[in-house]
Design a protein around this ligand. Structure first.
Ligand code: CA
Length: 222
């Protein structure tokens, strides 16, 4: 899954990006409201972490502009710890959740996970699809026969995205958008190579190829 992080603090921004990457997300970091709003409009993100105090344009204004334009992007706003009015303003502007600074990375990750589950309309914390069980903490997958298989970062992001969208035709460009960061090499052959490696790991039948269209996850198991 790919996240947009809008945070101007030169220490906090890169640190949170690193935490999120380690947790298995692709992350684009921008440090001002104008670029933040643009990125949120132009690119396909699964969720946004939005600081409210930003140069250029405030986070509140960015959020209001997205919502006015009909965007339903899941958004967590970062607020000052004791400013209850910021939390109220953020929620009224259309935020799905908030987190007061300073925060522990575990809390951000837990809130993000809960927000993504709500957005994906699933309640169970563990992804279990087509006989596969994804361990998101250790970034491994457990096969139907109980075998535990290690995944690389990209394989994990790709498999998680497909497991969240079983039975749906996923184009290469959609997979690329949700698995890679904005400045990554977006050659569609790369996705093909990753799909091939995933098939070797989880079983060929689980990922169906629709020539010229994309892939469907789930195979006969769903
Ligand atoms: Ca700030």
């Amino acid at each position: 899954m790919r996240l947009l992080l809008v945070e101007d603090d030169p220490v906090l921004g890169p640190r949170v990006r690193q935490d999120l990457r380690r947790a298995g997300y692709a992350v684009d970091l921008v440090d001002n409201g104008i670029d933040g709003q643009f990125q949120g409009e132009e690119s396909a993100y699964d969720a946004v972490i939005l600081d409210l105090g930003l140069p250029g344009r405030s986070g509140l204004e960015v959020l209001q502009n997205w919502r006015r334009a009909g965007s339903r992007l899941p958004v967590i706003v970062l607020t000052a710890r004791d400013a209850w009015h910021e939390r109220v303003d953020g929620l009224k502007a259309g935020a799905d959740d908030y987190l007061g600074k300073p925060f522990h990375q575990e809390e951000l990750l837990a809130r993000l996970d809960a927000l993504l589950r709500r957005a994906q309309e699933r309640s169970e914390p563990q992804l279990f699809v087509a006989g596969l069980s994804l361990d998101e903490d250790s970034q491994r997958v457990i096969l139907a026969d109980g075998e535990v298989v290690e995944l690389t970062g990209t394989e994990f992001r790709l498999l998680r995205y497909m497991m969240i969208h079983p039975g749906i035709l996923l184009s290469k460009s959609r997979l690329t958008e949700h698995v890679y960061e904005g400045d990554a090499d977006r050659d569609s052959n790369v996705i093909e190579a990753y799909i091939k490696r995933l098939r070797q790991k989880v079983g060929t039948s689980l990922i169906e190829t629709r020539r010229g269209q994309g892939y469907i996850f789930g195979g006969d198991g769903t």
